[in-house]
Structure formats: C-alpha cells, structure tokens
Design a protein around this ligand. Structure first.
Ligand SMILES: Nc1ncnc2c1ncn2[C@@H]1O[C@H](COP(=O)(O)OP(=O)(O)O)[C@@H](O)[C@H]1O
Ligand SMILES: [Mg+2]
Length: 217
C-alpha cells in the first residue's frame, strides 16, 4: 500500500501548520505538519515545532480523558513534527454561524454545547489557548457535543488568567460574527456553568476584567 502521508488534498495553510486530507489505511484523516520556518534560527525552529506538536498531541488526549470530544490521534511523528488525526465530520462553529440555511435553533444550541465542552475542559484545568470559531466543530450537528481542534497553544494546569482569556476570545469572536451575540453568549454561559460549576464565577469575573483591560489599553 502507498504511504498514507504522501499526497492527499491540501486543506489549509495556516500561519503555523499545513493541513492535508489523507487516507489513513482506509480512514479519512487529516495530516497536520509544521514545516521548517526559514526566518527562525534552526535550533529554535526545531524546538518550537516539536514542542507545539507534542503539546497539541498531549492536550488532545487529555481533553478526551475529561470527556471532551477531540479528534483521535492516528499517528505522531515528532521528528517530522507531524500529526495524523481522525477527520471529524460536521461544520465548524464559524461555518454554522455563517450558514443562513440553518434553523433558528441551530446556533444557540451549538453555543450552549460549546460552553459545556469548554467548561469541562476548564474544570480539568486545561486552557484551549486559541479559541476561535474555526477551532470548534459540531460533529453530531448543532445539538450534539462540541469538539475542539488545534490545541497546540493550550496549557495544562492553567490558571484563572488563561481560562479567562479563552472566555474573552469566545466573546470577541461571537460579537464579530453575529448580531445576536448577547443572547448567544447567555446560552454559552449557561452551558459553561454546567461544565464548570465550581469555577465559572471566578473565570467569568476574570474574563470581564480582561475585557476592561483590553478596552482601555
Ligand atoms: N481532525 C479534523 N477533523 C475535521 N476538520 C479538521 C480537522 N483538523 C483540522 N480540520 C479543519 O482544518 C482547519 C484548520 O485546522 P487547525 O488544526 O485549526 O490548523 P491551523 O493551526 O492551521 O488553524 C480547521 O478549522 C478545520 O476546518
Ligand atoms: Mg485552527
């Protein structure tokens, strides 16, 4: 059989990684690779790419242990800074918000599901670190559990500041994408409270403080 890491359809070229859709021994998969960056000194570049790949793999697994959906890891190659991930179906939250053909309940449901999943992640002391609506998938549709992608900037043992930044980013993103932001965020926070009952108050308070700081910076 041919090497599943060769070929494949290019899906995206992010700032940091190249994504290709590949076939992993019959399973639809995404190959995410961090290519060398010429503008960085070689030793630093290798360390950064390796560490982000390792961090992403570790957090994908730990999130799963907390009951939060993430793609399964089919393969990890730290020398080439590559991950092969299960391809999850479903729209990203961003696509869902931009899709005018959805029933009116879809986005509010998805926002609540996002809140619940993020709450669980936070209750397990994991911060996502790059929480935009492109990094959230709804693999079972808007009424099913939300899944997270792209955890390479996340942290374990996250403090309230890092958790607050996650909430702040969700707020900014939703405000930029939807005119219904206030009611969507109420649903999001209702879900968040379910996922993180013990920590919700403190993390929300910190998000509010961060918003104030950003506004007056
Ligand atoms: N495992 C996956 N299943 C489904 N879609 C994915 C998967 N991984 C990535 N994608 C899609 O590719 C996009 C970019 O992937 P991501 O891991 O966020 O890389 P980047 O670091 O470039 O943002 C996502 O927004 C999503 O649409
Ligand atoms: Mg991304």
């Amino acid at each position: 059989m041919s090497d599943p890491t060769e070929g494949g359809r290019p899906v995206g070229e992010g700032a940091e990684a190249t994504i290709r859709q590949v076939d992993w021994w019959g399973f639809p998969a995404y190959l995410k690779s961090r290519e060398p960056k010429k503008y960085r000194p070689k030793a630093l570049d290798e360390r950064l790419r390796r560490e982000r790949t390792r961090n992403e793999a570790r957090l994908l697994v730990e999130a799963r242990r907390l009951g939060v959906r993430t793609p399964m890891i089919y393969d990890l190659d730290l020398d080439r800074c590559r991950l092969i991930l299960e391809q999850l179906p479903g729209p990203t939250l961003k696509e869902l918000i931009g899709d005018a053909g959805q029933p009116p309940s879809a986005v509010p449901e998805a926002m609540q599901r996002l809140g619940e999943a993020l709450g669980r992640l936070h209750a397990g002391h994991i911060a996502h670190g790059d929480l935009t609506s492109s990094n959230v998938l709804l693999p079972d549709g808007p009424a099913g559990p939300a899944a997270f992608l792209d955890l390479s900037m996340g942290s374990r043992n996250a403090g309230v500041e890092e958790l607050g930044i996650d909430l702040h980013l969700v707020e900014e993103d939703v405000k930029a994408l939807s005119a219904q932001a206030p009611s969507l965020l109420r649903g999001f926070y209702a879900g968040y409270l379910l996922g993180n009952p013990a920590g919700a108050k403190d993390v929300r308070a910190r998000a509010k403080a961060i918003r104030g700081r950003v506004r007056y910076a």
